[in-house]
Write a protein that binds this ligand. Structure first.
Ligand code: FAD
Length: 255
């Protein structure tokens, strides 16, 4: 339950508000997940006046401000088509117009197509107070109390990376049961991530490998059984999806 609302005009004001000890105070991006499941009194610091919603394209990267919405990133014509597909599958258009990139990074679970793909692209997150740059993979592991007072300022994505995304869900609009992202750099480096279950998507490979080795790396993937699928089904489907992604990359961008 939200009991206090602040809309600071500076980053330092926002940082000092969440450090208050008397009432639990959290940043608010789009606000679509904050009030969903909590009855504890909560103060929110709305980030919308901090000017963090810009999206800047540089020669090889795209720098996405923390409060840019999923829809505004979706509408960028410089991003990979399969990143667009993952954003499209993340949420309905109404939600995409409100939910922010940073809010989604903090709130999303392992079923998120967007976070699975960002992890594949080896996204880097800039956080305050120290302007620290953290790999998304490290950040996902720390998304609990340790991360509580840090403010995400920006997410940087590599643009010169070929990307393929694949997913299996009960219906075309449903959250994935299994999804994978395969990212391939000109240097030959590839990353494979698998989502669709648990608290966070999983990185199963990062390195220079052949397609056969890339598939072999999937043996380390140990998904859970849950109400949507068995672990065995997820393991089998993740192989199918990775094969499809690898063929797509080989077809469209032979190495
Ligand atoms: C009808 C509905 C259906 C939904 N379905 C799903 C679903 O199927 N799967 C799913 O994963 N989610 C779902 N959500 C939750 C939510 O839409 C998403 O997680 C959304 O992407 C959150 O983005 P936001 O900007 O609204 O985040 P907010 O609600 O504003 O914030 C989410 C978290 O991020 C923190 N935060 C926000 N911005 C920053 C920042 N810059 N720095 C540090 N911390 C920050 C907040 O403190 C909070 O802890 C749903 C929500 C609704 C309303």
């Amino acid at each position: 339950m939200i009991v206090e609302y602040f809309r600071p005009k500076t980053v330092s004001e926002a940082l000092s508000l969440v450090e208050r000890a008397d009432v639990k105070t959290v940043y608010m991006g789009g606000g679509t997940s904050i009030d969903r499941f909590t009855v504890e009194p909560l103060a929110v610091v709305d980030l919308q006046e901090l000017g963090l919603n810009n999206i800047k394209v540089t020669a090889s990267n795209i720098e996405v401000g923390a409060t840019a919405t999923l829809q505004s990133l979706y509408e960028q014509n410089k991003i990979q088509n399969d990143l667009k597909e993952a954003i499209y599958r993340e949420a309905t258009r109404n939600l995409r117009q409100v939910a922010t990139v940073a809010g989604t990074i903090v709130a999303a679970d392992g079923r998120s197509p967007f976070i699975t793909t960002l992890l594949g692209l080896d996204a880097v997150v800039t956080v305050m107070p120290d302007q620290e740059q953290i790999d998304l993979g490290d950040l996902l592991a720390l998304r609990s109390e340790k991360f509580a007072n840090k403010l995400i300022m920006q997410v940087t994505l590599h643009l010169k990376v070929d990307l393929a995304f694949g997913c299996i869900a009960r219906t075309p609009a449903d959250t994935p049961i299994v999804c994978v992202a395969v990212a391939r750099w000109l240097s030959g480096r590839s990353r494979i991530t698998v989502g669709g279950s648990g608290n966070s998507p999983v990185l199963v490979m990062d390195g220079n490998q052949t397609d056969a080795d890339e598939l072999a790396m999937l043996d380390v993937y140990q998904p859970p059984d849950d109400q949507w699928a068995t672990a065995e089904y997820r393991r089998a489907m993740s192989r199918v999806l990775v094969k499809r992604c690898l063929s797509k990359l080989d077809r469209e961008n032979p190495r």
